[in-house]
Design a protein around this ligand. Structure first.
Ligand code: SF4
Length: 341
C-alpha cells in the first residue's frame, strides 16, 4: 500500500505541469530543506551499513535509437559481457556474502541483445536476491517470455515511450505493433500461469514528442500492467543537450546524490563505474577481475566523492556528476523506501 501511494504521488509530480509547479514550491521552502538535511544524515548511516543495489550491464548494445538516450553518441566499444566477467561477478557476490537490495540487468544497452540472457537471469535468480530486468521488449520472443515467467525475476520494467505508433517510432525508432504483440503475450502467459511475478511495469520519459498522448498512455497501460512510471528526461552528465523539452532541474537547490552510497554499477567490460549515468565509463573505480566489492566500497576516492557531495561541493565531483540533473530533484530520493529503488 505504501509503495502504491508513493508511486501514485511520483506519477502526479512527474506527469503534470501542475504537479511540477507544486513540487518546485515545496522543495524551495526553507523548512523542507532543513527536513531533507536532517534526513540525509540519518539515512547515510543506515545506507553505509545496509543493502546496496547492483547494476550489471550484460550488454551495451541496443536495437533502439531513443531520442533521450546518449547511446547514439556513445563511443565506448559496444559488446556483450564476456562469460568470464559475468562468472566473476557471481563468484564475488557469493564469496563476499554481499547483502543486496536488488540486482538490475540494465545499463547502456538492451539486455535482450545478449544471447545468454535467459541463462544469466537463471544464474542471478539462484543468488536469491530480487532481480529487475529493464527491456524495451521489442526482442521479447515467446520463448523468452515463457522462460521469464518460469524463472520469475521480481520485476520487468518495459521502456515504452509513446501512446501510439507514430510517437513510439519517432522517439524509439522501433516497431509499435511488434512490441505490443510481445508485451501482450507476456501479460497473457503470466495470467495463464497464475503467477504474480514478474511484476510488470511500463515506463515513459516525458518529451514534447509524447506529452500530448500522455493521458491516453496512462489510461491504456493502467488497465494492462501492474504499474506505470513517468519521469523527466535525464541530461546524462551533459551528454544529451538537443532534445526538445530537457527541463532537468526540478528544483533550484542541489542536494547530495544518494546513488553515491548505495549502488554498484558494473559495465560490460567488468569496470566498476561511478554511476549508471556515466555512459562512456569515464570514471572507473576498479574492475571486477581485480577488485572486490569491499575494496570499491571502502576506496578513498569514493569516500572523497561522498564527502564532497555532503558538503555540496559539486566542483569536487567527477565531471559526470557536475553536470547531472539528479541532485536537483529536491532530495526526494532520501525519503524513498529501498523497495522502490
Ligand atoms: S550526481 Fe548524477 S552522475 Fe553523479 S552519482 Fe548521482 S546520479 Fe550519478
Amino acid at each position: 500500500m505504501r509503495d502504491f501511494l508513493i508511486r501514485q504521488a511520483k506519477l502526479f509530480f512527474s506527469s503534470s505541469s501542475f504537479g511540477g509547479f507544486i513540487f518546485k514550491k515545496i522543495t524551495g521552502l526553507p523548512v523542507y530543506r532543513e527536513l531533507v538535511s536532517k534526513r540525509i544524515f540519518r539515512q547515510i548511516v543506515s545506507d553505509k551499513q545496509g543493502l546496496f543495489n547492483l547494476i550489471i550491464e550484460n550488454a551495451n548494445l541496443c536495437n533502439a535509437s531513443c531520442l533521450m538516450c546518449p547511446y547514439r553518441i556513445m563511443k565506448r566499444a559496444k559488446k556483450i559481457m564476456d562469460s568470464e566477467i559475468f562468472e566473476k561477478i557471481i563468484e564475488r557476490v557469493k564469496q563476499e556474502k554481499l547483502a543486496i537490495n536488488k540486482i538490475f540487468l540494465s545499463g547502456m544497452g538492451e539486455p535482450l541483445t545478449d544471447p545468454q540472457f535467459v541463462g544469466r537471469v537463471e544464474k542471478l535468480k539462484k543468488l536469491g536476491f530480487p532481480l529487475r530486468v529493464y527491456t524495451n521488449a521489442s526482442l521479447l520472443t515467446k520463448k523468452i517470455s515463457e522462460k521469464l515467467i518460469l524463472l520469475g525475476p521480481e520485476e520487468v520494467n518495459i521502456s515504452f515511450n509513446g501512446a501510439d505508433a507514430k510517437e513510439y517510432h519517432r522517439i524509439m525508432g522501433l516497431n509499435f505493433d511488434r512490441t505490443m504483440k510481445n508485451i501482450d503475450y507476456l501479460i497473457k502467459i503470466r495470467k495463464k500461469s497464475g503467477r504474480r511475478l514478474p511484476w510488470l511495469q511500463v515506463s515513459l520519459i516525458v518529451l514534447d514528442e509524447n506529452s500530448r498522448g500522455l493521458r491516453k498512455y496512462l489510461a491504456d497501460w493502467r488497465k494492462k500492467v501492474d504499474s506505470v512510471t513517468v519521469s523527466i528526461p535525464h541530461q546524462w552528465g551533459g551528454g544529451i543537450k538537443e532534445i526538445s523539452n530537457l527541463k532537468g532541474q526540478r528544483s533550484n537547490i542541489v542536494y547530495p546524490c544518494r546513488a553515491l552510497w548505495h549502488t554498484f554499477m558494473i559495465d560490460s567490460s567488468g569496470n566498476f563505474v561511478i554511476c549508471c549515468r556515466d555512459y562512456e565509463s569515464k570514471f572507473i573505480l576498479g574492475n571486477v577481475r581485480t577488485h572486490s566489492f569491499e575494496q570499491i566500497r571502502k576506496s578513498k576516492i569514493l569516500k572523497s566523492f561522498q564527502d564532497a557531495s555532503l558538503k555540496y561541493r559539486q566542483d569536487c565531483l567527477p565531471e559526470i556528476c557536475k553536470q547531472c540533473n539528479f541532485p536537483y530533484q529536491g532530495g526526494v530520493d532520501w525519503f524513498l523506501p529501498r523497495s522502490l529503488d
